[in-house]
Design a binder for this molecule. Structure first.
Ligand code: ZN
Length: 130
């Protein structure tokens, strides 16, 4: 039985493997230069299968956020947000900050977080908070 349903394809598997090493990376198409998030095996713009892995921006803008009372892996309540990475797109992510401290448009920075069951996930926190 597949116990890793979040790994939908080999690009996603590679993404989580790199993330577990602290690398926040995704694919860039060698054909058209487009950087994708989530990572792709085939470019949705030009259909090229020639990909290379590049660093994603480690800072972004918080576009929206919410919290959920019941969390599957994480302590609750868990804060989740949508972060815009310039030139890439939007990342749905865990947010490592109290809900009350957040506001739309604030700059946030990448880090990793390891769940109790050992899965390394990306998260963002407000710039300046360590
Ligand atoms: Zn392309």
């Amino acid at each position: 039985m597949d116990t890793k349903p979040y790994m939908q394809d080999r690009a996603a598997e590679e993404f989580f493997s790199r993330l577990s090493e602290g690398k926040f990376q995704s694919t860039r198409c060698r054909g058209c230069g487009r950087v994708h998030y989530p990572p792709r095996v085939v470019c949705p713009e030009c259909l090229s299968g020639e990909m290379e892995w590049v660093d994603l921006p480690c800072e972004g803008i918080l576009l929206a956020f919410t919290w959920q009372e019941a969390a599957i892996r994480c302590r609750k309540p868990e804060v989740l947000g949508l972060v815009e990475l310039e030139g890439v797109g939007n990342v749905f992510t865990r947010v490592d900050a109290p809900y009350e401290d957040l506001h739309i448009g604030m700059r946030v920075t990448f880090s990793t977080w390891t769940s109790p069951d050992g899965l390394v996930l990306h998260q963002f926190r407000p710039v300046g908070n360590t």
